[in-house]
Design a protein around this ligand. Structure first.
Ligand code: ADP
Ligand code: ZN
Length: 518
């Protein structure tokens, strides 16, 4: 606890330079900790107010606060914003003329600026000022970039460990919105600040209702969803540029004010869509993850994931773009088996393939959960929710289990007959007794089990097979054409009559009138 005068100084500085009357959760504690020269790790969701945690101490410190940031493109805006608030700040990069760089050094040496923004690549050019005589604090923004466990690893961040060695008595404040437990540990280790005080602001966004549905007839489901929410703004995230455009045009054909947004559009087109959305001329933006970064629109009421995101960090960040005004909002995710396969393909061959696949696996578990989804989501960020949230689809509609042993036996025996060499589609075709070209070609129609599951619809089979995979009764050989294979548990079902519990597939029977064929 600081002296009363000091607390008053903090508040008056907040008011004077930033115009706010009160600190938000944790801001004051963090600022006090920085001012007392401790190292800190701050985990706070996007929009939580991280910047003030280092900008306000920077004003009060005598020397300069060095801000390491990966986003050169945003540095100028940040510096302009600070200057406009009467806080002297600069950014430094390798593209500046040496004269300009020199002028910046002079300002640092004479303590004429409070903050200096720099990309990690340019740090090596700062030798002559990296000295405790001039530097009072080091802030490392987007600190998760240091870790190959993070979702946005940047090799240039990995050399930052030298800062603590070079400036041993200077407080470091590392900030990030997205760090799971492993990433957090790695940040502390790599920055050489094992004793840093950790501040974790809650990631819970109680006002957002979480829901996951199987991705059957997605477009129909989306049209139905939007028609129930007239005049509400929403974002639909898609995996590919092409699908943003296709979806937007299908929605338009159905009378919905929709637009597409992706990095392949030119600057003018993107700006127009952003502005149309902000000023409510467009209600729905079908976008790739490129959309939303700098968009400050507090009344986005819903976010739909047309495709599954590649990790929970991304999912969380994207759903966080709705309900920023604190009012009720909805996040709907479509879960599809083929998305998982697609995302696996993207991950394979990446330098951190293993990490990406582990993260995808967590995303998949979230999508297929039969327990409170918010609990799963928050536990990913290291937060424990004591009770079920009551505001997710699982809480609202707990799955009803039934004895699905016979269904499981039928599926597993077909997989056996197919010599564990076929993917889900063909397995279902054989179960249902289809006679298409592949089936005839491969003579699967001659199998004894051809058609043993014809009483169950294609879609229901799809969901049952996914459930069986999740429960470990069969597995997908991702490196062998996604063939369904048996596991050691399969035998228990096939030969020892082990009871398998399944849940009834969800049905979406309600009819939607669609203007054009989709
Ligand atoms: P982050 O970096 O965590 O995403 P920012 O630092 O950009 O978030 O802050 C998000 C928004 O919240 C900004 O518009 C900022 O001015 C505002 N903000 C920060 N602290 C406060 C506060 N104490 N009171 C009101 N608004 C605040
Ligand atoms: Zn819940």
């Amino acid at each position: 606890m600081l002296l009363k005068e000091t607390q008053e100084t903090l508040r008056s500085t907040l008011k004077k330079y930033f115009g706010y009357d009160d600190f938000r959760e944790h801001q004051q504690e963090i600022i006090e900790s920085v001012l007392s020269k401790k190292d800190n790790l701050v985990i706070m969701p996007t929009g939580g107010g991280k910047s003030i945690c280092f900008q306000l101490p920077a004003i009060l410190f005598e020397g300069v606060t060095l801000v390491i940031s990966p986003l050169i493109a945003l540095m100028k805006d940040q510096v302009d914003g600070l200057n406009a608030n009467g806080i002297p700040a600069n950014f430094f990069n390798s593209s500046q003329e040496s004269q300009e760089q020199h002028a910046i050094f002079e300002k640092v040496i004479h303590k004429e600026i409070k903050l200096l923004y720099v990309a990690p690549e340019s740090l090596s050019l700062l030798d002559n000022i990296l000295n405790e005589e001039f530097i009072s604090c080091v802030a490392i923004d987007e600190a998760h970039c240091i870790s190959s466990w993070g979702h946005d690893f940047r090799p240039s961040y990995q050399q930052l460990g030298f800062l603590k060695t070079t400036l041993p008595n200077t407080p470091i404040i590392a900030l990030t919105a997205t760090a799971d437990k492993a990433t957090r540990q790695d940040i502390l280790k790599q920055l050489n600040i094992p004793k840093a005080t950790r501040f974790l602001t809650s990631f819970d966004r109680e006002n957002i209702t979480l829901e996951v549905r199987p991705a059957n007839d997605r477009v129909l489901q989306i049209i139905k969803f939007i028609r129930k929410k007239p005049n509400e703004a929403g974002i639909i995230y898609c995996l590919s540029r092409k699908s943003t455009e296709q979806l937007a045009s299908k929605l338009q054909q159905n009378g919905i004010k929709a637009a597409a947004y992706h990095a392949g559009l030119n600057f003018a087109e993107r700006t127009k869509t952003q502005e149309d959305f902000i000023y409510d001329k467009v209600e729905v933006v079908c976008a790739t993850v490129a959309f939303g970064m700098g968009i400050d629109k507090s009344n986005v009421r819903w976010v739909i994931h047309y495709n599954m995101p590649k990790n929970i960090e991304g999912y969380y960040q994207e759903i966080g773009r709705c309900g920023r005004d604190g009012l009720k909002a909805n996040a709907l995710l479509f879960h599809s088996y083929s998305d998982v396969i697609q995302l696996r393909k993207f991950a394979s061959g990446a330098s951190n393939e293993e990490v990406q696949i582990a993260k995808l696996e967590r995303m998949k578990q979230f999508s297929e959960a039969t327990t409170c989804r918010r609990k799963i989501l928050l536990s990913y960020f290291g937060e424990l929710l004591a009770t079920n949230c009551g505001n997710c689809d699982v809480c609202k509609n707990p799955p009803q289990f039934f004895n699905g042993t016979i269904i499981a036996q039928k599926a597993l025996s077909v997989i056996t007959r197919l010599k564990e060499s076929e993917a889900i589609g063909t397995v279902i075709d054989v179960l249902r007794g289809a006679n298409n070209a592949t089936i005839i070609d491969k003579q699967y129609d001659k199998l004894k089990s051809h058609g043993i599951g014809s009483d169950i619809s294609w879609r229901d089979w799809q969901q049952y097979l996914i459930q069986l995979t999740n429960q470990g009764y069969c597995e997908i050989a991702f490196h062998k054409n996604n063939a369904l294979r048996l596991t050691s548990f399969s035998k228990k079902v096939l030969f020892e009559n082990e009871v398998v519990n399944l849940t009834r597939p969800i049905e979406y029977k309600e009819q939607v009138k669609v203007q054009k064929e989709i």
